[in-house]
Design a protein. Structure first.
Length: 56
């Protein structure tokens, strides 16, 4: 009974880690798309040059 519980707990932990990593990949893709859109659609200065689209 003990080894069965250990295997089930290990399977649950690995499933949870896999789901979390999958979710993190989707978040990374969304952030990359937002960054690229901000890079492409950034505004221009009155002097004609392109400015930074981020604030820092």
């Amino acid at each position: 009974m003990g080894p069965l519980l250990v295997v089930l707990l290990l399977a649950l932990l690995l499933f949870g880690a896999g789901f979390a990593l999958h979710l993190l990949w989707w978040i990374a893709v969304v952030v990359l798309v937002v960054w690229l859109l901000g890079f492409v659609m950034r505004g221009t200065h009155s002097s004609g040059g392109r400015g930074r689209w981020y604030r820092w």
